[in-house]
Design a protein around this ligand. Structure first.
Ligand code: AHR
Length: 334
């Protein structure tokens, strides 16, 4: 083939590729096409690979259960892997889904960076990827079809707004921040949103900020250590309920009363957190919904039918005071 013919063929191939992309379907080369390459694949023939972060928190367990039951209910086969909070495990799982030629890959990235290579591999294999819960920091958003999950910056802002109101009459407020997994989107964004709000008044001082890795044990351990060097702290801002629950244990072990001697604001609103809020041990919770399964199934069904989906789908969430937790607890699903 001469050079001209090669370039005509290349443009033709590119146009076919673009048509597939524009449809938003697995036609980008993905396995969801029927053998003839046209029309949606029967739902019962679809295979989706899901690479989960781990089982670090009550939130994560609820998220896993919700995703698994949504796929079961929809009659779509779900291959599931637990990365035990390690990025290399998640990358391995995604590569294995590519090898198995699943129709779609969904995952909640442990950390924000370092995904371009494996996402390009999925793209080259024509397998559409959906991000759930957490973002990647890739500059190329064609590497995934959609990102479904909370706005973590807004969650941090909501926590900050409550703190500003709660301590309106105080002259100075010393804060310990228990961060989520280092490098993860929720840890980065929740710190940013909170700092933005409290940063407007110099009376708020974050005296210590350390990661508890989103676990109860991590929250307890970090709080024990930080309490020793900051016995006069006024507030704990924990990036999730589990770390807040761990902090409660540390505060009680130090002979102090959580929720009174030291106020606590957390994010998630899982049942254990809501119970501690209703019991007066936590003062305020910003909700982060783990119920993403049904929306993920809808995205996959839409793509399978050749439809398009929004690049960013933000979950709707609320906040809870102690009184609201008492009311909400009996009907809380997770
Ligand atoms: O990415 C969502 C966060 O991850 C939740 O707030 C936390 O509990 C989980 O581990």
């Amino acid at each position: 083939m001469n050079k001209k013919l090669i370039s005509v063929a290349a443009v033709g191939a590119l146009l076919i590729g673009l048509a597939g992309c524009a449809s938003g379907g697995a036609g980008a080369g993905g396995g969801a096409e029927t053998d003839g390459g046209s029309g949606p694949k029967p739902i019962e023939d679809l295979v989706v690979g899901f690479a989960q972060v781990g089982a670090e928190s009550g939130w994560r367990t609820a998220n896993t259960t919700d995703i698994q039951s949504a796929f079961e209910e929809a009659g779509i086969e779900l291959k599931f892997s637990d990365a035990q909070q390690k990025q290399e495990n998640q990358i391995k799982a995604i590569r294995s889904y590519i090898q198995q030629q699943v129709d779609y890959i969904a995952f909640s990235p442990v950390v924000e960076s370092g995904w371009d290579a494996v996402l390009n591999e999925a793209k080259a294999a024509g397998i559409p990827v959906i991000l759930t819960d957490r973002a990647v920091d890739s500059a190329d958003d064609s590497l995934y079809e959609s990102f479904l999950g909370s706005d973590f910056v807004v969650e941090g802002q909501k926590a900050g707004d409550w703190v500003v109101e709660e301590f309106a009459d105080a002259d100075s407020v010393k804060i310990i921040q228990l961060e989520g997994t280092t490098g993860s989107a929720p840890a980065i964004d929740r710190a940013e949103g909170f700092a933005e709000v409290i940063g407007e008044d110099p009376k708020f001082e974050v005296v210590a900020s350390q990661t508890g890795d989103f676990t109860r044990a991590g929250g307890k351990q970090v709080m024990e250590a930080l309490l020793k060097s900051n016995p006069d702290v006024d507030l704990v801002y924990a990036h999730n309920d589990d770390m807040g629950l761990g902090a409660i244990e540390a505060i009680e072990a130090a002979g102090l009363v959580p929720g009174q001697d030291i106020k606590i604001v957390t994010i998630d609103a899982v049942k254990d957190g809501m119970q501690a809020l209703a019991d007066g041990k936590i003062n305020f919770i910003v909700e982060c919904s783990p119920l993403l399964g049904a929306q993920l199934v809808d995205i996959i069904k839409t793509l399978n039918e050749g439809g398009s989906v929004d690049k960013r789908i933000i979950t709707e969430e609320t906040t809870f005071t102690q009184e609201q937790a008492v009311e909400a607890l009996p009907d809380r699903q997770y």
